[in-house]
Design a protein. Structure first.
Length: 504
């Protein structure tokens, strides 16, 4: 039996429940309080009900336990009473609270707070009944509810408000200090403006962060983020429309997106430090031994200084190794007319592990070719700032000596790739191991709810997250040094002209 089904049964028998509570307490107000306790306790206990046919026996056992608990705590509670008339005054008259005694003023301020946290049905029934003076039958017709359910929501809301007024609530840290969050999507298809702009605002990302590790209610989100439920409901509904968050059980929502958190990324860098620099040092050592064969191909830039040429060839190997895996078919629909994968980044990538820009097929150069490059973060950390402006690149290629940037015809590029086959295979093995490490870390650190997405996300995005790391690995392993300002390292040009024709 679900909580919704149980609530329907209880709503149909509220008068019996109230009579029971009145017989135990002898006072109308105390009977309402006790009945509210019983309803809440029964709904919370529904997951323990094994046989739906035993519901009423189960329910009345809970009622007896609730009565005993109620009597124990009764003497300890501070009695707070806000009349039905004061509900309306709290909503419409801000001066009412400050003109009364200080205790009532504080209670009415808390009442407004609690009203802002109510869920849709509780809130709408309360507003229509107490604030707008609608009859229960009118409310039922407007909201599409049964008359009994309207009475149930009003009954339960009174209990929720009274309990809430007696609580001290504090908004969460994200209400004033939002966590870092960047929404990333890799897709092919027709662009969707609503989808593309979802995270131009801070609130959607903070919702996903709050609901990442465990399911939360709308009220939980409201308290953590300091936002009224009437607005929060719309935000959650929008995220749910794109399956970025899902309702997992009875009004509880959980993020349906793989998020690379700060803790995760720190653990990843530690794992990569254990094997990537050594593997990269060996790989570049193999490239260095093959330089004479590569230079003999006679491409423009073949006479480049060793360190600069190795940086350029290193980029060539990186893209040759990754090209097929990241360009596979997109399997998952992220919205109609678009396939791809989404992920969240909730971490600051260290400068030396970042890539300020990279492109497997960069700017078109006078229809004669295109550049492939990686602007490794380690370059900028060490003071080298590459010029990647397309117009500047065209000017450089037209005006500089041929030995500044390697420029390959199609035949020359294939010959280079053939010579570096072993190094490309080694790089592919490094990428495969990185994927395995990332998956293992997610199994340890990510919530089970996103487990179904890990395989695809890691496969598609590991290159984007770690490509900058390879620059740091090359430098810190001692395989290469950061280029000088007069160099154009980490770039090469693929010429689209026919072999034997002029390049640019």
């Amino acid at each position: 039996m679900t909580q919704e089904q149980a609530a329907e049964l209880i709503a149909e028998n509220l008068q019996i429940l109230y009579s029971y509570a009145l017989s135990r307490t002898g006072h109308r107000e105390e009977a309402q309080d006790l009945a509210g306790d019983i309803v809440l306790s029964a709904l919370d206990s529904i997951p323990r009900l094994k046989d739906d046919g035993a519901f009423w026996g189960f329910f009345w056992a809970i009622a007896e336990n609730s009565y005993r608990n109620y009597m124990r705590k009764r003497v300890k509670e501070r009695s707070i009473h806000v009349s039905e008339k004061e509900y309306g005054q709290a909503a419409y008259n801000d001066t009412y609270a400050v003109e009364g005694d200080s205790g009532k003023a504080a209670d009415l301020v808390k009442l407004k707070r609690e009203l802002s946290l109510l869920g849709f049905c509780h809130r709408e029934c309360t507003i229509l009944y107490y604030f707008e003076g609608k009859k229960c039958s009118e409310i039922a017709s407007r909201l599409g509810l049964s008359l009994d359910m309207v009475k149930y929501y009003l009954f339960k809301t009174r209990k929720l408000l009274k309990e809430g007024i007696g609580m001290e609530r504090t908004f969460g840290e994200k209400s004033y200090r939002p966590g870092k969050f960047e929404f990333c999507t890799v897709f092919a298809g027709i662009s969707n403006g609503e989808y593309s702009n979802l995270f131009q605002r801070k609130l959607p990302g903070q919702i996903l962060l709050t609901a990442y590790y465990s399911p939360v209610t709308i009220r939980d989100l409201c308290m953590e983020l300091g936002v009224s439920s009437v607005y929060m409901e719309d935000e959650v509904a929008l995220l749910a429309r794109y399956h970025l968050i899902d309702e997992v059980s009875n009004g509880r929502f959980q993020t349906n997106l793989v998020i690379y958190t700060e803790d995760y990324m720190e653990a990843l860098w530690r794992e990569l430090d254990g094997f990537v620099p050594e593997a990269v040092h060996k790989l570049i050592g193999g490239m260095r031994k093959k330089l004479p064969r590569i230079r003999a191909l006679g491409f423009a830039g073949a006479a480049l200084e060793e360190n600069s040429l190795l940086w350029d060839l290193y980029v060539c190997v990186l893209f040759a190794a990754i090209y097929s895996p990241i360009n596979g078919a997109y399997q998952t629909e992220i919205y109609p007319a678009a396939m791809g994968v989404n992920y969240g980044l909730a971490a600051e990538i260290p400068q030396k592990y970042s890539a300020n820009g990279f492109a497997g097929r960069g700017c078109d150069i006078e229809n004669a070719g295109y550049d492939t490059f990686v602007d490794f973060g380690i370059f900028r950390e060490k003071g080298y700032v590459p010029d990647r402006d397309p117009q500047a690149l065209k000017a450089q290629l037209r005006g500089m000596p041929e030995d500044k940037i390697p420029s390959f015809t199609e035949r020359q590029r294939k010959a280079v790739e053939e010579i570096l086959t072993d190094e490309t295979d080694s790089m592919r093995e490094i990428f495969e191991r990185i994927q395995q490490v990332m998956k293992e870390l997610f199994r340890e650190m990510a919530p089970a709810g996103v487990g179904a997405h890990v395989e695809e996300v890691v496969h598609k995005v590991h290159f984007f997250l770690t490509i900058g790391y390879f620059g740091a690995a090359a430098v810190e392993s001692g395989a290469l040094t950061v280029p000088g300002q007069s160099d154009y390292a980490g770039i090469f040009v693929n010429l689209t002209c026919k072999d034997g024709e002029d390049g640019v």
